[in-house]
Ligand binder design. Structure first.
Ligand code: ADP
Length: 491
């Protein structure tokens, strides 16, 4: 990996606490980071535990009073310099991201750009944090609100967006005046430490941002119980998110959760089928199907079902599976062999219950000498039904199941028939249907005739068991601010 980087010094193999690159206690041991496409060893990292987490929290806590006293403009300028550093190193960051996470370079570049855009947005939003002067209830008093940073934030992030899940949490936290301890996924810590290096170069004071990784349950428990941590921001699986929320609740910590999704994509009979077929493929196969907003269940009106299935199948057949670092790859590996096993189980279950394989359907024969194979053929299934596992469970792989529907009320009910509520998409040209369906879908985000809906200006988040709170946009920074009410008696 090092030989591919222009600026080799952004790659670190240690944690970052109080402005020091550190291995923590040598008794803890190490863990390995591998390239999921090849199984190649990328780095050996120190395994950090409770003591390192406490040191990181103490560092964040000790500099919090000073960081919050910086003017918004000073914080904004540091964030802008961080954005500049990120953009100047975009190609190296994309190479690191693809090497540890597997996604094709084009997707990695897009993720770096979106992460940089979040930093830029929050650098701007930083200066628009304002309280209010309220209408007073008496002539002898004045009433106002102040917006103040919540304090030390613990941010726990997943491997599927090793870069932008960090910027999305850290940028608003820093903008609001909070200090942060990040715990990136152990599968993909190299993007996190590169970001910390660039933050340091941007002039972020020591201790404002800290990075620890290793023993995820121990670090997570410390972040959720330590009295000095005031807020947890988590993106990951629903099961870990629920457990973390339960622990944090015992200490009345604020928490934001971005959890699983089970996104429906509905194609009505009046839809532009070219647009819809492109949307199905782009959404369902982004990051090889490993995003929480990927279309998981494609519902197609029975009158256009067969035609759309053919159009999608012919698009999918043209995709090239391979190592994300090779320029002509459209779909990279899955993150692990366990992920391949899950997709295989979902396909086998569906086929046993009557689904038809239209494209793909099995593990791809792209195993390298170091791995038993992390590639799964992009797969299209027809005749999917609601008794299949893929209807209820998030597959997190390159799987596109087609379901038929007849009426709008039927499909809205099917789409909402899940414990999740993150993103939903539909295609129609009928304005009334568009309004009503957008209102009736129980989801935090809805794309109409569009699937690439995530960006720094729009609120990202879910309802039901997909999460709590919103990231990005003008709403995102509010999650890191407390409202203080001040009442001034005039005597
Ligand atoms: P995924 O399925 O995306 O791997 P996880 O929820 O396992 O989802 O991982 C998301 C993040 O949560 C990662 O940083 C992971 O290390 C972390 N994590 C895993 N287990 C725990 C835990 N018990 N407490 C806190 N964080 C955890």
């Amino acid at each position: 990996l090092l030989s591919r980087l222009k600026d080799k010094s952004i790659l670190h193999t240690s944690g970052w606490i109080s402005g020091e690159w550190t291995h923590g206690s040598s008794k803890n041991g190490t863990f390995e980071v591998q390239n999921p496409a090849t199984g190649t060893l990328l780095a050996t990292m120190p395994l950090m535990k409770v003591n390192e987490t406490r040191a990181a929290i103490a560092a964040a806590d000790s500099v919090f009073p000073e960081w919050r006293r910086h003017t918004a403009k000073e914080r904004s300028n540091i964030l802008k310099r961080w954005q500049t550093e990120i953009l100047a190193h975009a190609e190296d960051l994309a190479t690191i991201l693809t090497s540890e996470g597997g996604k094709p370079l084009a997707e990695a570049r897009a993720e770096i750009a979106s992460g940089a855009a979040s930093v830029e947005w929050m650098a701007e939003e930083c200066r628009r944090v304002e309280g209010d002067v309220l209408q007073s209830t008496g002539s002898d008093r004045r009433m106002l609100t102040l917006k103040q940073p919540v304090g030390v934030v613990g941010a726990i992030t997943p491997w599927n967006f090793p870069f932008s899940m960090i910027t999305r949490k850290v940028a608003p936290a820093l903008a609001a005046g909070c200090t942060v301890v990040i715990k990136p996924a152990e599968l993909t810590p190299l993007s996190a430490v590169a970001l910390a290096e660039l933050a340091e170069r941007a002039g972020l004071p020591d201790g404002v941002l800290n990075v620890v990784f290793g023993d995820a349950p121990a670090i997570g428990h410390e972040l959720a119980t330590n009295i000095d941590v005031r807020k947890i921001g988590f993106t990951g699986s629903t099961s870990v998110g629920k457990a973390l929320a339960a622990t944090a609740a015992g200490h009345v910590k604020r928490i934001s959760l971005e959890l699983g999704g089970n996104a429906p994509l509905i194609v009505f009979d009046d839809a532009d089928l070219e647009l819809a077929s492109a949307g199905v493929v782009a959404s369902a196969l982004r990051n090889a199907g490993q995003t929480c907003v990927c279309a998981n269940r494609v519902f197609v009106h029975e009158s256009v079902h067969d035609k759309l299935a053919d159009m999608v199948a012919s698009r999918v057949q043209k995709l090239r599976l391979g190592d994300g670092l090779s320029p002509d790859t459209n779909i990279g590996p899955l993150i692990s062999e366990a992920a391949v096993a899950k997709v295989t189980a979902h396909v086998d279950d569906a086929v046993a219950k009557g689904a038809k394989v239209l494209v793909g359907g099995k593990k791809a024969s792209l195993a390298s000498p170091l791995s038993n194979g992390t590639f799964f053929e992009p797969t299209v299934l027809g005749d999917a039904t609601i008794d299949m596992r893929l209807f209820k469970e998030e597959t997190f792989g390159p799987l596109i199941p087609f379901f038929k529907f007849g009426s709008t009320s039927e499909v809205v009910q099917l789409a909402n028939n899940t414990e999740y509520g993150l993103a939903a998409y539909f295609f129609t040209k009928d304005l009334a249907k568009a309004w009503r369906t957008a209102e009736d879908l129980e989801y935090g985000m809805v794309g109409i005739n569009d699937v690439a809906i995530t960006n720094e200006a729009a609120p990202f988040g879910g309802v039901k068991q997909s999460g709590l709170g919103r990231e990005q946009s003008k709403y995102g920074i509010q999650e890191f601010l407390d409202i203080k009410y001040v009442c001034m008696g005039l005597g």
